[in-house]
Design a protein around this ligand. Structure first.
Ligand SMILES: [Zn+2]
Length: 155
């Protein structure tokens, strides 16, 4: 909080491993919200970033950890839903064999749960469930979708 985000080219106070003092450094590399490498403006040396010593280093350290953790959490929840869809997809692709070749999807065709289908837009999918008379749920690479099927007339 307060300082905002720090990026390469910004100046920060940091502990210089060569000068052995807290000095102004230019940020070279940042990963997420953590400064990785800095350039000492006094001795001209490049080195790993160390927070300034003596002046509340504990607080700085904890602040960084907190930010990193909340970013990780958001990324993790995105990963989980994507991973779930990808996991389902990988499972059905493993179960597909040459004798279970996908049928071309048409709204007028009827399908059974477990059948593999090929959709012109979504690609190969597997029927999970028949929903009502003219709907079915299918797993595609992008996730689950509900498609029309068993339609008596195309009008
Ligand atoms: Zn230095």
């Amino acid at each position: 909080m307060g300082r905002g985000s720090i990026g390469p080219g910004d100046d920060v106070e940091a502990w210089c491993t060569r000068c052995r003092m807290n000095l102004n450094h230019r940020v070279i590399a940042v990963v997420g919200s953590n400064i990785q490498r800095v350039h000492c403006l006094t001795c001209g040396g490049d080195h790993k970033y160390y927070p300034p010593k003596g002046t509340k280093p504990e607080k700085t350290e904890r602040g960084h950890v907190k930010i990193a953790r909340s970013v990780d959490k958001a990324a993790a929840s995105v990963r989980t839903s994507a991973a779930r869809a990808a996991g389902e997809w990988q499972t059905i692709m493993r179960e597909m064999s040459p004798d279970r070749a996908p049928r071309t999807y048409r709204v007028t065709e009827s399908f059974a749960p477990g059948e593999f289908i090929e959709h012109p837009v979504f690609g190969i999918g597997r029927v999970v469930d028949i929903v009502g008379a003219e709907r079915m749920q299918v797993i595609f690479k992008d996730g689950r979708k509900v498609l029309v099927c068993n339609k008596k007339s195309s009008a």
